[in-house]
Design a protein around this ligand. Structure first.
Ligand code: FAD
Length: 395
């Protein structure tokens, strides 16, 4: 990969160094973007090994465009799949309600729609961030955030030691249950969406097309798409659950999945039966925060705007945050003003997507006459289905 030309901050009061808390997709994209902006970057990640679980991720043009700007699109395309179309089906009959081809939409939005295994994206971002000079400290858990003279300090546990990591700015990319958000006094509890996501990867059945399939049904839906260069199919089965659960990446109860989809189309049941096991997530988001930061500390990704996965935008928005933060830092001004400019640029858009994702979750699970009305709208939108979210993909 040719070395990208870094854009460097010109103002002498601008941030020169950053500590990023969290080495998920948001934190690693941020590390790469800030390195390219000329900052010294340390990533503190509590896990001893980088390992994104949960299998698949859809990446829309608003995210792949930024990954291209960051110089990682060729690596991504080598492990991802560019799906042919979005095929929306009725869960009970298996019949297609509507279909929209990604190719023409990718041309309109100037970047590809891709589906990828999370671990592949995380690994390639970590590799690119390290090559660009970022330091990723694994097994390092944030314990406290402190002000330091002219900067900020992350105190982190590494084994039985407490180590201080100083920098000009601190970015909390530490997920939906963010410790940095708590440090900022934003004690916003994640909201349970009354939904569970069961995830699995299975071998691709013979003649299965390279599509993203969305099966809709009463109180449940299923998303299926290829990952690992087309070698595996990723399945996400979403079901209703009224009792709040603390489950996060726990082994899933296969019997509960099969029961929830027992009356669905044979092709759906066959897919689910081919899964050796499921992992289960309780789905949570947060209400839009009144602010994302203070002084030299800010938030990014799920820590700032955790959203439900029904628009496939959580990781994409974290990637957008990373680019926006680098741009704000390069636009001049002192470090804290640049963070406030970044937050101002991002807050409205992410709040709108959080709210649309909640709405989509309801629309997917309709039954009775509202379901018929929804299907009518879907049928009439046809190829224009994807343009409904042009405001997301084209930005
Ligand atoms: P996280 O991935 O949560 O990363 C946070 C990191 O911080 C973790 O590595 C954690 O170990 C670390 N950490 C936490 N606390 C500390 C601490 N105290 N010290 C040090 N490290 C710490 N998004 C899409 O764009 N497309 C999709 O198709 C899509 N599908 C989804 C399907 C499902 C079922 C779900 C649940 C989500 C989906 N998402 C999707 C959303 C996406 O997965 C998340 O929005 C995204 O992964 C958030 O990334 P993040 O880096 O902000 O947070």
């Amino acid at each position: 990969m040719p070395a990208p030309t870094p854009f460097r901050p010109r103002d002498s009061r601008a941030a020169r160094s950053a500590v990023v808390v969290g080495g998920g997709i948001g934190g690693l994209a941020c590390a790469l973007a800030l390195r390219r902006a000329g900052l010294t970057v340390q990533v503190l990640e509590q896990a001893r090994k980088l390992r994104e679980v949960g299998a698949g991720l859809q990446l829309t043009p608003n995210a792949t465009r930024i990954l291209r700007d960051l110089g990682v699109l060729p690596r991504l395309e080598a492990v991802a799949v560019a799906p042919r179309s979005l095929d929306v089906r009725d869960g009970r009959s298996g019949a297609t309600i509507t279909r929209a081809h990604y190719g023409p939409a990718a041309s309109r939005y100037g970047a590809p729609f891709l589906v990828v295994h999370r671990a592949d994206l995380q690994n390639l971002l970590a590799e690119a961030a390290r090559e660009a000079g970022a330091v990723i400290a694994l097994g390092t858990e944030l314990a406290a955030v402190e002000s330091a003279f002219g900067g900020v300090r992350a105190v982190a546990k590494q084994g039985d030691k407490l180590i201080a990591h100083g920098a000009d700015i601190l970015v909390g990319a530490d997920g939906v249950r963010s410790a940095v958000r708590a440090h900022l006094g934003l004690a916003v509890p994640p909201v349970f969406a009354r939904r569970l996501a069961y995830r699995a990867t299975v071998p691709v059945p013979a003649k299965h097309p390279p599509d993203v399939r969305l099966y809709l049904g009463r109180d449940a839906h299923l998303v299926v798409y290829p990952v690992k260069g087309g070698a595996l199919l990723n399945i996400v089965a979403i079901v209703k659950e009224t009792v709040p659960v603390a489950r996060w990446n726990a082994p899933g109860d296969s019997a509960a999945v099969h029961q929830a989809f027992a009356a669905w189309a044979p092709e759906v049941r066959r897919l689910l039966e081919s899964a050796p096991h499921f992992l289960c997530w309780g789905l949570y988001d947060i209400d839009p925060l009144p602010r994302w930061g203070s002084g030299r500390v800010t938030l990014l990704g799920d820590a700032a705007h955790a959203m439900l996965p029904f628009l496939a935008q959580g990781a994409a928005q974290a990637i957008e945050d990373a680019a926006a933060l680098a741009t704000a830092i390069c636009s001049g001004g002192d470090a804290a003003s640049a963070l406030r400019a970044y937050e101002g640029a991002r807050h409205g858009r992410t709040a709108r997507i959080q709210s649309e994702a909640r709405r989509n979750g309801m629309v997917y699970h309709l039954s009775g006459p509202p379901r018929l009305a929804r299907d009518l709208v879907l049928r009439s939108s046809g190829a224009a289905l994807l343009d409904r979210y042009g405001w997301i993909y084209g930005a």
